[in-house]
Design a protein around this ligand. Structure first.
Ligand SMILES: [Zn+2]
Length: 333
């Protein structure tokens, strides 16, 4: 049976801590901010970013390290950083063993057209597969993380984020950029200086469970004690889509000029990763709600996506070929 869904956004009754009022509107919608104050905040953040860019641009070899998945949002963000803000960007892609062929082609086309330096970082698949296999059957991170992403996704992102931060520290790059959509991360976190104490705490939450699975092999993907010694400049994390105009249609139109084409072998919620479908299936089976429900609900509530498209993304069948491929490569019956 399909669960009841908020009349305003797309959060289902199976979502943690959800309540509905007499009109069928959820508490997340009732608690959300009005559009006017969001636009004012976006303008403030645009101004803040402009100031930081003028402070840091040209001071180091690279101005920004972009965590570049090759998906539509990070492609668009990469283009904005280079073309609108004129930053010298180093794009880094983590190859988790499930990069769609079309996504690889897109990455190649985009960095070439934009004239951007790029690194493919491919951790050993033995290590990653061990982690993904465990995450398919166990919730190894704090329960709160399950509201926003599957455990498989969170484990992969932990490696992406921490290895990017490590590289930025070692290359003295002042910004680490992400292509989070405005539904994935709030505007209030869109420009944040990494604070060593906080990084240490957050790293522990992610590192410890992964260490139990894969041991010393994961050490190079995280910060070591020397990085906290005071000899390194901690960069700002930025996700500019939170304070820029965001529209899926405009993004697709804009990035097609860079030779970007939508991959056909992925699921409805990813434009690069072949593991996502399987991760979604596992999450829905275990918790009864889709790991993209929170993001899509935010996008609908804030007027970036219409409700019926969001419902379609959540209800469309996962890609059976991608799911089978993931099971096979991970050795899961
Ligand atoms: Zn709602």
């Amino acid at each position: 049976m399909t669960p009841r869904v908020c009349a305003n956004c797309v959060l289902p009754e199976t979502f943690p801590r959800i309540r509905f009022d007499e009109h069928g509107t959820c508490n997340f919608c009732l608690d959300s901010q009005d559009k006017g104050s969001r636009e004012k905040k976006a303008a403030d953040y645009r101004e803040k970013f402009k100031r930081l860019v003028s402070d840091y641009k040209g001071k180091s070899g690279y101005d920004a390290l972009m965590c570049y998945s090759g998906g539509k949002d990070s492609t668009y963000t990469l283009a904005v950083l280079k073309e609108t803000y004129g930053l010298n960007v180093l794009a880094v892609t983590l190859d988790n063993g499930f990069v769609s062929n079309q996504a690889s082609q897109n990455i190649h086309n985009v960095v070439e057209r934009l004239g951007i330096d790029h690194i493919f970082f491919k951790p050993s698949f033995h290590v990653l597969a061990k982690i993904f296999r465990t995450c398919a059957t166990r919730d190894i991170f704090p329960p709160k993380t399950l509201e926003r992403a599957s455990t498989i996704c969170t484990s992969c992102m932990a490696i992406v984020k921490s290895s990017a931060l490590r590289l930025a520290l070692e290359k003295d790059i002042p910004f680490v950029a992400f292509g989070w959509s405005p539904g994935q991360a709030p505007i209030t976190s869109s420009i944040m200086r990494n604070n060593p104490d906080m990084v240490r705490m957050m790293q522990k939450t992610l590192f410890d469970p992964l260490y139990k699975i894969a041991g010393d092999d994961i050490k190079p993907y995280f910060l070591e004690e020397k990085h906290f010694s005071g000899d390194y400049h901690f960069p700002y994390n930025i996700h500019p889509l939170a304070f820029l105009d965001y529209s899926e249609d405009d993004i697709y139109r804009d990035i097609s000029r860079l030779g970007w084409e939508a991959p056909k072998d992925v699921d409805a919620n990813s434009t690069n990763c072949l593991l996502n479908s399987f991760a979604n299936v596992v999450h829905v089976d275990r918790f009864g709600f889709h790991p993209y429900a929170f993001e899509l609900a935010n996008l609908v509530r804030e007027g970036y996506l219409d409700r019926s498209s969001a419902l379609d993304k959540l209800r469309r069948m996962e890609n059976p070929e991608a799911t089978a491929l993931a099971r096979e490569r991970l050795g899961i019956a």
